[in-house]
Design a protein around this ligand. Structure first.
Ligand SMILES: [Zn+2]
Length: 293
């Protein structure tokens, strides 16, 4: 019997690393107390894979989105990369942003019970820092916001090496609008956390990165951000938390969240179960979910 309930607000469990061993990994997740997994889409095919998993696996919900690193690849099927269970043989339909975001709207309208958000979107200038990619990321970000407004769903934001760009996009595109959401894989500092939580009411997604070395700034942000704004996530199959990694784990999954919750509780000086219960409620609030049971 697990001690508390868990929501993974950001996972890609449809990735081959997890899908190949899904039964045993999902059994581990059940044992850990994971009651919801939010499968995050990164492009046309992965969004459909996320939705397909949400249809088959009851604790899952899905989001539809275009990852900032994929903005140049709309309409391009990459056989190396697009190997997701449930969408083998799928022919891409969208060749440009107009077609892709129309398609997301259409998919949403047919699956509004299971699609709980839009993204991940945002800014990532880590792999490529050019005016061209920034322009595409900005346009994609705005399209996601339009969907969130149209369908009253939260925005899932990714930001890497793009602090200034993300802050100015929020200032320009989100301030004054009724948009809620989450800064996924939070790895910025306290000042950034304060702007996102206090000025925009966004949640911060806390995952494996918090457990790594040299993350004092993130820990300071977690310590000083009211717990009502924190949610748990993994970004599975990536970002295995430190203790699991030290035991040899190479694939992350939602069942590894207890290590994150224990560390958040330790930083905040709370009892783990009390902390976990608040983090669970926060996740339900972010995605407007009911209690799973
Ligand atoms: Zn992700």
């Amino acid at each position: 019997m697990m001690a508390y309930r868990i929501i993974d607000t950001h996972t890609h469990s449809y990735f081959p690393a997890i899908a190949a061993d899904q039964e045993s990994i999902f059994a581990d997740c059940d044992r850990a107390g994971v009651e919801y997994q939010i499968q995050i889409g990164c492009d046309e095919i992965s969004s459909l894979a996320a939705l397909d998993l949400a249809k088959k696996h009851k604790p899952s919900r899905a989001t539809l989105g275009l990852h900032p690193c994929d903005v140049k690849n709309v309409g391009v099927k990459n056989p190396e990369y697009h190997r997701y269970a449930g969408v083998e043989g799928y022919q891409m339909r969208a060749k440009n942003f107009d077609q892709l975001f129309d398609l997301f709207a259409e998919i949403f309208e047919r699956n509004s019970e299971l699609v709980v958000g839009f993204g991940e979107t945002g800014f990532d200038l880590y792999h490529e820092d050019s005016p061209e990619i920034f322009a595409l990321q900005s346009e994609s970000f705005i399209r996601h916001i339009d969907l969130c407004q149209c369908y009253d769903r939260p925005l899932i934001v990714h930001t890497r090496n793009a602090r200034y760009q993300t802050l100015s996009a929020f200032e320009k595109e989100i301030r004054g609008k009724n948009i809620r959401g989450v800064i996924h894989c939070f790895s910025e500092d306290l000042e950034f956390a304060q702007i996102m939580t206090q000025e925009y009411g966004f949640f911060l997604g806390i995952g494996g990165v918090l457990t790594y070395n040299r993350t004092e700034k993130i820990r300071e942000a977690v310590l000083n951000t009211p717990i009502e704004y924190l949610v748990t996530e993994t970004d599975s199959p990536f970002l295995v938390p430190r203790k699991a990694k030290n035991k040899g784990a190479r694939i992350n999954h939602p069942g590894r969240i207890p290590e994150i919750i224990e560390l958040i509780a330790e930083i905040k000086g709370m009892k783990t179960v009390a902390c976990a219960e608040i983090l669970w409620e926060n996740g339900l609030r972010l995605f407007s979910l009911g209690n799973a049971d």
